[in-house]
Design a protein. Sequence first.
Lengths: 373, 933
Amino acid sequence: MQWANILHLGVKELRSLSRDPIMLFLIVYAFTFAIYTAATAMPETLNRAPIAIVDEDRSPLSQRIIDAFRPPYFAAPMLITQKEMDSRMDEGLNTFVLDIPPDFQRDVLAGRAPAIQLNIDATQMTQALNGTGYVQTIVNDEVRAFIQRYKDVQRVPVNLTVRSRFNAELNKSWFGAIVEVIDNITMLSIILTGAALIREREHATVEHLLVMPITPFEIMTSKVWAMGLVVLAASAFSLAVIVQGVLSVPVQGSIPLFLVGAALHLFAMTSMGIFLATIARSMPQFGLLLMLVLLPLQMLSGGMTPRESMPEFVQYLMLAAPNTHFVMLAQSILFRGAGLSVVWPQFVSLVLIGSALFGIALARFRRTITLMT
Amino acid sequence: MTDGVAAQNNATPASQTVVRLRGVSLRYGDKHALLDIGLDIPSGQMVGLIGPDGVGKSSLLALISGARRLQSGELDVLGSDMTNAEQRRAVCPRIAYMPQGLGKNLYPTLSVYENIDFFGRLFGHDASERKRRIAELTKATGLAPFADRPAGKLSGGMKQKLGLCCALIHDPDLLILDEPTTGVDPLSRKQFWELIDTIRADHPGMSVLIATAYMGEAARFDWLVAMDKGQVLATETPEGLLSYTGADSLEAAFIRLLPEEERKDYRPVEIPPRAADEDGEVAIEAQGLTMRFGDFTAVDHTSFRIRRGEIFGFLGSNGCGKTTTMKMLTGLLPPSEGRAWLFGKEVDPHDIETRRRVGYMSQSFSLYSELTVRQNLVLHARLFKVPTDDIPARVDEMVERFDLSEQIDMLPGKLPLGIRQRLSLAVAMIHKPEMLILDEPTSGVDPGARDKFWRMLVELSRNDGVTIFISSHFMNEAQRCDRISLMHAGKVLATDTPAALVKQRDAATLEDAFIAYLEDATASSPAPAETAQEAEESIIASPGPGTPVSDRFRWLRRFFNPRRMFSYARREALELRRDPIRLTLALLGSAMLMFVMGYGITMDVEGLTFAVLDRDRTTTSRDYALGISGSRYFDEKPPLSSYAEMDERMRSGDISLAIEIPPGFARNLARGREVSIGAWVDGSMPSRAETIQGYVQAMHAHWLQVRARESGQAAALQGLASVEIRYRYNPNVESLTAMVPAVIPILLMMIPAILATLSIVREKELGSITNFYVTPTTRIEFLLGKQLPYVALSTLSFLLLTGLAVTIFGVALKGSFFALFAGAVLYVTSATAIGLLISTFMKSQIAALFGTAILTMLPAVSFSGLTDPVTSLQGMGRIVGEIYPTTYFLAIARGTFSKALGFSDLSASFIPLVVSIPVLLGLATLFLSKQER
């Protein structure tokens, strides 16, 4: 093994990349605009939810409730009849339909605690889950405010004070920005190394390398370090300038520690990129393969949705993926300010998975490299 | 000719000109390919276009065949104006075009029979007619025994014969062949020309237009057009050209036609005889080298011995095993059998030392096109361990020797082929190897540059004593070698000096000698002989009766002929069946992604971890904690003892919720004093935090109610009014029930669109799109034909996904299956039409892949009502959502799966889907180009 060869070949990779406008654009885009958009486009909890109201009471109180549903959380309510309700919900025109019964105001004033019926289209999961609480709160507040003009209201004896740690206002753009950084690190590490190998194959330069006094290990290692370095530098830049600077997301923990973790993750993912490139015979095939690999890695790693919500076998299966550990350590360090004493198990896992992937990829690379020409 | 177009043009053969060009120019970007060409090509003759590579021959032929769009000038072919789409469509069934490149317009995974059959169907022959014609053509070309072999597995010569079969199936009046014999062995080449002669004998009126880079072949043509740099140098008969220039060969004649400053490069290569040391050191020795790939033997027991300083040539056709032999010698491929030695040391792929003594130049140009000439040289010098201090001097030396000083800081990709070959040689020589292995170094290089290259080789051999092992399919290059081996089908037929070989066979030229050896070899081999005799039996010229088409439909059939459409559909389906990667993506891929998305995009959270910081430690406080740990949402972890511990454990992700119960909680509660419980939620994942907050609040309220009831204070807690919640369609508010019906539309948009886009862009990239350009296929036939197999495949994929949803995910299909099915068929038709539309703008497969993924995914996921209903959207998103088909199929999927609806309830969603199909197809037809631009 010759370190000088690995160095020279790696420099060659960097030079090649610097002349590939499409890849450069992809890197710049992924670590700047994509992160900015992901952070700012994270939808607010509830946005203009389409609500309709069947007002059978037609009292000042029912009008007061109707008026309380306003943008941005709710679209201005449609007033419909009970007959229209079913067909409108079937067509998916309204996620919420509130049915205010006859004599509602009278019953409230009489202390009979009447019930308002709230119909929710539960196929619209997001709005159904987030909006229901809002509707309840709005109705209760309006009724209470209305009735306070007439009599005293009793208070609840036990309070619950809910506080959020690490992100007190549950600002989604913080989360969106960091998740995008993590996802793009994964995506680019596979694409860059895979494309670097396939480019050699398509330009028949692999053959050229093989007749030179260099070993497959040197060829592969040079690609791993060069492409890993590019992604690492781009993500460091992105964290410092875009995430902390432009988006002013407060990063809790140590960025150097995170970058060490990212380097381990890159070691694993670039190896996987090489592995995929040995399976695909051309860029289009590589692209198809990428879709089948990248999407599961990103969606099931716990970055987008909590791991707890996945079936157990998926959770166990995903422990074999480097992503899962990287997402854990990234969230611990960046969101919760965890130190090495907390995240060392993830570091160890990444080293193990990375070494295994590198070994498998190298074995396959050695076996297939002569057939690549 | 089915379409009755022949009648109106019957007058043409009488006229003397088959192709007429006036002021034709063609430019690619700012580069002129053709410059103001004026030419009249006589009909009924065999006309040759001669000139080196890259002078515009192929561009000219593509224009004449109608494959490429005319940019400026006038072009009449068979009396029809090629700028007029109507006339072009009428005349194109009478033209046959075989583009350059071995088998470029063939479909490699289709068999010989299927390839010809496809063209037969395109031209509307019925089953018996096709059978008859295919039988005749394959018999005449000697392909009959290989009818079931995939085109991709044929030898170069056979591919060209198959291309000819495909071109001849419709009895053209003008046959256009672009370099049909390049890279084909001399025997096949000879047979090919004999075949053409036979065909011409049977079709006396047929004009043949052929481009060739082999000047030797030009002598057999009736009339020649000599071209250089996009211009016509001369038009003459071969004899006329010779007498006009006073040259003794056509190659020499051509050179004399060139302008003065170009001609200076052309001077004969002189090869000083080698000092006769017959017993000099052996540089390369091979004994019984054999390479098998599966049951195919690429190299069959090859043995030879090359002495130091010798120029040794391997002569043979494409695919005869030259490259494989060279790869075995360099250690790139381990031989299946046999041994080889370099400098007396056995070849060992792991022997790094020997590699330093060898320079290798592979067939294709294989340097880093992203590195400059200098960077390439320096990199290779470093990798070959040239001492660092020597590198600049060595690079300068190479630059000077190979005349690269002007290009030193340029990128190789921008250089002409001849200079690139010199650069490759410089790179191969940078470490001063004792041996050079050169695999077809001069293919595609024009004669002048080729001679310059050879002069360098001669110098290396004679002055520096470098052993040179070179392969070629040019006879005149073989002549320059000290010794050559003639190779065919993996075997060495003979090895000797060129002169001796000619003498042994009593032949006039080396080519004749080679043909003689080849004939011996093929005659002795048991494989069915591809001899020309079989071609003697005439190819029956009688044009088939065609299928009668009633007059009423004739007009319509010209624009839409279902048979041509099905012909494309059938072929696409056959190809798809033989492409495992695309097929896997279509079926397995969508099933896999459904699992991923079903589990990945989920809203309900269970098994959340929490711990209690209980500072009260009474039964009441424990009761409160029990209320949380008893729910299915939370799992309790060991209790906390301090804030510090809480912080630490939340930081590590051990707990996502901490409940703090203050001291004196029970006592204060009993006394009716106000108490406050603290809940700390991990906010690092905001959506999860919100869910947790909701759960905790609900449980808190529940606990209060239970307590109030127990202590008889129910009235105090009762609200003023209650909201009674009815979750409809999905009473348990389960993510899977909601997500699975929504995932199906997304997958059925993305994957069918990608497949449809790729199906067209693939043809653009591989070149078989030419068949669409030059046959009477209309755009809509082509598009629909391409689309049909993917609609069928996607429908299958839909059934698979629905099956999975019902069985594995357990999501009940409450409404009408038929409504869902009908919606799905309409939807995948619409999705594939989107793919077709996108494909008209895409040139490379990789761009098509990612472009389509992004263009279809974004509107499907964000604007079609997956998370927020379209009615909640504003601005652009709203507009896109209103017109995007996913919106409507999503409504149908949710309606049938969750809402128990049928056709009548969903009619509002069907109409937009039905409308989208003709609109999308219409746009795709509009943007699809019938000619290459």
